[in-house]
Design a protein around this ligand. Sequence first.
Ligand SMILES: NC(=O)C1=CN([C@@H]2O[C@H](COP(=O)(O)OP(=O)(O)OC[C@H]3O[C@@H](n4cnc5c(N)ncnc54)[C@H](OP(=O)(O)O)[C@@H]3O)[C@@H](O)[C@H]2O)C=CC1
Ligand SMILES: CCCCCCCCCCCCCCCC(=O)[C@@H](N)CO
Length: 327
Amino acid sequence: MPFTLENQIVLITGGSQGLGTQFARKYFKETKNTKIIIVSRSESKLQTAIRSITSSSLEENIENYNLSNYSSGKKVNANKRLLYSPCDLSDYNSVSALLDILLAQDLSPTQIYLCAGGSIPKLFKDLTSKELEMGVQMNYLTSLYLSHKIAQLQLQSHLIFFSSVTAFFPFIGYSQYAPLKVSMKSLVSILRQELLGTNRISCVYPGNFQSEGFELEELTKPEITREIEGPSSPIPVDRCCDIIVKQLQYGYDDITTDLIGWLLMSLDMGLNKHNNNSIAWMVQLIVGALVNLIVVPFYMAFCKFQIKNWFKKEQAKKDLDNKKKEQ
Ligand SMILES: NC(=O)C1=CN([C@@H]2O[C@H](COP(=O)(O)OP(=O)(O)OC[C@H]3O[C@@H](n4cnc5c(N)ncnc54)[C@H](OP(=O)(O)O)[C@@H]3O)[C@@H](O)[C@H]2O)C=CC1
Ligand SMILES: CCCCCCCCCCCCCCCC(=O)[C@@H](N)CO
């Protein structure tokens, strides 16, 4: 079935900012009949997103957009195309309640963008237990619980998961985040087998793009992490959104958003990238095999040198600070 924006019911998690809001904006502006529901924990952020998408004045009663205000007795107005619903998707019961409301309002989603996620880049030893827990909740449980409910309800939604380039190459500074994005890749592979024939399942592996989340992670990102991810300079969020939609329209289901992401995915083809036998896939497979053989051993030696050097510089800085304190 061809991928279209029109005549859909689109559920977007992580829709209160960043890429999620951008998808909602694109559907709202480029379609006439598609209904869009944005979900995240914070009602105020969702309302801000609604106002920015509809460029509606502050006076308009924003509560009219709140799906939670409608019960089975009070139906959503048929011409209401944009709605929001506060929901902590890392809480299973909240996810169940969200789906109950959607089904009661005849809003069974045809497309679901599982954008909720985010990272706190730090060295592993510097992370707090709360930050570790948040990493699992935001980057795995939010997608796990929602896709589990979709599978149990046997809804035939097109599921679009969001992993990251770090799933192909987890590296220093992303211990709170990358392991969960690798888990996302693994879950997608299994669901493609278990939901074969009922759900189209896509997985996006973005490189860096500008968003509120990206700005936040820059605050704690170790310099060595920034150095390694240098080749993935952040692209505008609208460009990232358009790249993803274009590839979905081409029929691709393993999607990257920049060249380095494509290259790193080529190194990770394995048993799970054979779901769209095409020339593009063949080229990527051959490039990956050659680069794995010829470039990767040298790059990994260089990367190890970079990291060792960085630790030496950090230690020198600490020794200098200690000397100053002693004087
Ligand atoms: N920006 C980048 O460079 C990259 C991002 N990605 C991935 O792309 C996706 C979108 O990224 P980006 O736009 O930067 O995201 P942001 O960090 O800007 O926004 C994250 C969104 O997730 C929501 N969210 C977080 N936790 C929960 C929860 N428990 N339940 C419901 N909603 C939740 C937040 O809303 P609220 O706080 O209201 O809950 C917010 O809307 C993420 O999965 C991210 O990991 C991948 C590679 C690069
Ligand atoms: C042949 C070998 C060449 C290897 C080159 C290595 C280059 C690594 C680029 C990594 C880019 C990581 C982007 C992370 C985006 C993300 O998920 C975070 N912003 C969190 O949101």
